[in-house]
Design a binder for this molecule. Structure first.
Ligand code: E4P
Length: 219
């Protein structure tokens, strides 16, 4: 399973590549706004970080676009900036048609805002590179994600499509565990989500116990 970082902050991205070996970055307009920089700044700076690697960076098209032709056009522009860029297109009827229009081009697409198996299946049929179900948004609204993720993984992999399922909007270690258990191909989470997931009270407790024992060993 690959781990991606969900962020548009260059310092977080370089830290996560160096320390955690992350294999990809995902971004969206919320992350760009949170970084306090422009879309152009983000694309230029992240390109410098990843262009000599295989790390992919998912970048969202303008969410106001609702015609497949315009979506495909914008996707081509974004993809032409850097070979590592994967373009995020929403799982609407027009968005999924845009994938069909992009067939035969070099543009890689991350189908985003996936909330059911049909959207995932159609994304796979249209040649999606990544398919992103959003687990956090569902759980925040009282839904259970265990079957949700495994149903989408089955919808894609039972039929041998090449698309990878990228579990997104992951908010905590429990959701990380669920994505692992459901055999998702990739998960993406924010910087603080990973930082918190490293910390469990049991690891801390164990270190305290071992340190105390260590100090009382005769040397
Ligand atoms: C992933 O590709 C998305 O950018 C992300 O996970 C969306 O979730 P958010 O609510 O954390 O922005």
């Amino acid at each position: 399973m690959k781990l991606f970082l969900d962020s548009a902050k260059i310092d977080e991205i370089t830290y996560a590549i160096e320390k955690w070996g992350i294999e990809g970055v995902t971004s969206n307009p919320k992350h760009i706004r949170k970084s306090g920089k422009s879309m152009e700044y983000f694309m230029n700076e992240v390109k410098k970080v990843v262009e000599s690697t295989d790390i992919t960076v998912s970048i969202e098209i303008n969410p106001h676009l609702n015609q497949a032709e315009a979506m495909a056009e914008e996707a081509k522009k974004i993809a032409s900036i850097c070979k590592n860029f994967v373009v995020k297109i929403p799982a609407t009827e027009e968005g999924l048609y845009a994938l069909k229009l992009l067939n035969g081009s070099d543009v890689k697409v991350n189908v985003t805002l996936v909330f059911n198996s049909f959207q995932a299946l159609q994304a796979a049929r249209m040649g999606a590179y990544y398919i992103s179900p959003f687990v956090g948004w569902r759980e925040e609204r009282g839904e259970n994600n265990i079957n949700f993720i495994s149903d989408i993984v089955s919808a894609v992999h039972n039929y041998d499509f090449k698309s990878e399922v990228l579990v997104a909007a992951v908010r905590n270690a429990k959701q990380i565990n669920e994505a692992i258990n459901a055999k998702a191909d990739i998960l993406t989470a924010g910087f603080d989500v990973y930082k918190n997931a490293f910390q469990t009270p049991y690891t801390k407790m164990g270190l305290d116990i071992f340190s105390e024992a260590w100090d009382s060993i005769e040397r």
